[in-house]
Design a protein around this ligand. Structure first.
Ligand code: ARG
Length: 458
C-alpha cells in the first residue's frame, strides 16, 4: 500500500478501505497524460525560479524514463499504488531521489487529476472525430454511387414515397456531421487548463498558469480554482454527444437489421461481419448491428450515472468525482468500437438495388405522384386523393402495381388519365421531379454532394 499522505495518520488504512478508495486499476490508463502534465508543471516551476534548471532537467529525465519503461513493458503499473499520480511520483523518487520530491510543489492531486482527465478526453475527442469522419467518407461514397438506386422511403415503417439509396445515406451523413460538430464544440469549450488551481484555492507560489496552459496546448487557464477542480461538465457533454452518436448508430443498426431480414433482402452483410447459429445451419445473423443497438443503452447509462453522481456535490473537490472515470472510459471505448465496426460493416455491405426498386414499385410509393398528375390536369387535390385511393384499392384487389394498370383501367376510374401517366408515375420521374434543396432528385443530391465534399476536405 503506497500512499502519498501517511504523515498525520497513526494507523494503517484498513485493506478493504484501501481497495475501495484506490483508483489505479482504472486511472492507470492516463499515465502518459499524467507524465505530460508533470513535465509542463516542472518546466513552468523552473521558469518561475521555484525549481532550479538542474532539478527540472533531472525530473524531466526521470519522468521520461518512467514513460519509456511503461511503454516497453519493463515497468508495470501495479495495484500497490493508490492511483496513477502516486505511482509516477513514487517511481520518480526511486529513480532520482530528492529532486523527485519537489515535483508536487504548488500542485494538488485535485488539479492534477482534473488536468489528466482533460488531456485524456481531449485526445479521445480527436479520435472520435476521426472515426466519425471515416464514417462520413463511406457514406459520401455510397451517396455518389447510388444517385439512381431507387428504394422506398418509409414513414411509420410503411412505404411512403420513392427515394434513392443516396438520399437515405445522406440522412445519416447529416446526423454524423452534426455529431462531429458537437465534438468540436466540446473540445473548444473544455480547452482551458485547470493546473495551478491547487486543492481548491490556488497556491501561494508564483505560478505562471498561462505558460503551463500554453505548454499543454490549451487556449488559456481556467478562471476559478474551485470550479477548476470540480468541473465535470465537459464529461457530461461528451457523454451526451456520445449518446447521440450511439442513438444514430442504433437507428442505422435497426434499419440494417430490417433490410437484412429474409423478407426485405435489401442488403447482404459481408460474411466477415456476420455470425452463424450453432443449431440452424442456414442462419447468417446481423449480430454486429444488434450489438451496436444493444450497447447504446450502456452509453446512455454512463450519462445518467455521471449526472446523478454530480448532482449533490458541494464545492469543491469531493471523492465522488473519482467515479467519473470508469463511466467515461467505458463509454468512450464503446462508442469508438461501435463506430469502427459499423463503418467496416457498411463499407463491405452489398445493397440489392433490384429488390429495393421492386419494393418501391409495389408499395404504391408513386400514389402521391399519381394524385399530383391529376392536380396538374385541373383536378382539385382532395378529389385527386380520392381517385387515387380508388386506383390503389383496385390494384390491391388485383394484386398489381399502379404501373401495371392499362390505360383503359385508369380511364375507367378517371377519364383525365392519358398515356403520359406512365411516365409521370415512373420511379425515375417520381424521384427526379423532386429537386428542391435536400430532396432526392439527382440534381439536388449532386449539389449536396459537392457541398459535403468541400466540408470533408476542409
Ligand atoms: N483518484 C482521485 C480522483 O480520481 C485523484 C484525486 C484525489 N484527491 C483527493 N483529494 N483525494 O479523483
Amino acid at each position: 500500500m503506497a500512499q502519498l499522505w501517511g504523515g498525520r495518520f497513526t494507523k494503517e488504512t484498513d485493506k478493504l478501505v484501501y481497495d475501495f478508495n484506490a483508483s489505479i486499476s482504472f486511472d492507470k490508463r492516463f499515465y502518459e497524460q499524467d507524465i505530460r502534465g508533470s513535465i509542463a508543471h516542472v518546466t513552468m516551476l523552473a521558469k518561475q525560479g521555484i525549481l532550479t534548471e538542474e532539478e527540472k532537467e533531472q525530473i524531466i529525465k526521470g519522468l521520461e524514463s518512467i514513460r519509456t519503461d511503461v511503454e516497453n513493458g519493463t515497468l508495470k503499473i501495479t495495484e500497490e499504488y493508490e492511483d496513477i499520480h502516486s505511482f509516477v511520483e513514487a517511481n520518480l523518487i526511486d529513480r532520482i531521489g530528492d529532486a523527485g520530491k519537489k515535483l508536487h510543489t504548488g500542485r494538488s492531486r485535485n488539479d492534477q487529476v482534473a488536468l489528466d482527465m482533460k488531456l485524456y478526453t481531449r485526445d479521445e475527442i480527436l479520435e472520435l472525430d476521426s472515426l466519425l469522419k471515416e464514417m462520413l467518407e463511406v457514406l459520401l461514397k455510397l451517396m455518389k454511387e447510388n444517385l439512381e438506386t431507387y428504394m422506398p422511403g418509409f414513414t411509420h415503417l410503411q412505404k411512403a414515397q420513392p427515394i434513392t439509396l443516396a438520399h437515405h445515406m445522406g440522412a445519416y451523413f447529416e446526423m454524423f456531421k452534426r455529431d462531429r460538430s458537437r465534438m468540436k464544440d466540446i473540445y473548444k469549450r473544455m480547452n482551458l487548463c485547470p493546473l495551478g488551481s491547487g486543492a481548491l484555492a490556488g497556491t501561494t507560489y508564483p505560478l505562471d498558469r498561462e505558460y503551463t496552459a500554453e505548454l499543454l496546448d490549451f487556449d488559456g487557464p481556467t478562471l476559478n480554482s474551485m470550479d477548476s477542480v470540480s468541473d465535470r461538465d465537459y464529461l457530461i457533454e461528451l457523454l451526451s454527444a456520445m449518446s447521440t452518436v450511439m442513438m444514430h448508430l442504433s437507428r442505422f443498426s435497426e434499419e440494417v437489421i430490417i433490410w437484412n431480414s429474409n423478407e426485405y433482402k435489401f442488403v447482404e452483410i459481408d460474411d466477415a461481419y456476420s455470425t452463424g447459429s450453432s443449431i440452424m445451419p442456414q442462419k447468417k445473423n446481423p449480430d454486429i448491428a444488434e450489438l451496436v443497438r444493444g450497447k447504446t443503452g450502456r452509453v446512455y447509462g454512463a450519462l445518467t450515472a455521471l449526472l446523478t453522481t454530480m448532482k449533490g456535490i458541494p464545492l469543491a473537490y469531493n471523492k465522488d468525482m473519482q467515479e467519473d472515470k470508469e463511466f467515461v472510459f467505458d463509454a468512450i471505448d464503446t462508442t469508438k468500437g461501435c463506430l469502427a465496426l459499423f463503418t467496416g460493416m457498411l463499407k463491405t455491405m452489398k445493397f440489392n438495388a433490384g429488390r429495393m426498386e421492386e419494393s418501391a414499385k409495389h408499395g404504391f410509393t408513386n400514389a402521391t405522384d399519381a394524385a399530383d398528375y391529376l392536380v396538374n390536369h385541373g383536378v382539385p387535390f382532395r378529389d385527386a386523393h380520392g381517385i387515387v385511393g380508388q386506383l390503389v384499392l383496385y390494384c390491391i384487389d388485383k394484386g398489381i402495381a399502379l404501373d401495371d394498370m392499362s390505360l383503359e383501367e385508369f380511364k375507367a376510374i378517371s377519364p383525365v388519365f392519358e398515356e403520359d401517366i406512365y411516365d409521370a408515375i415512373s420511379m425515375k420521374t417520381c424521384v427526379e421531379m423532386r429537386n428542391t434543396i435536400g430532396a432526392p432528385g439527382k440534381a439536388a443530391m449532386e449539389k449536396v454532394i459537392r457541398a459535403e465534399e468541400e466540408y470533408l476536405a476542409g
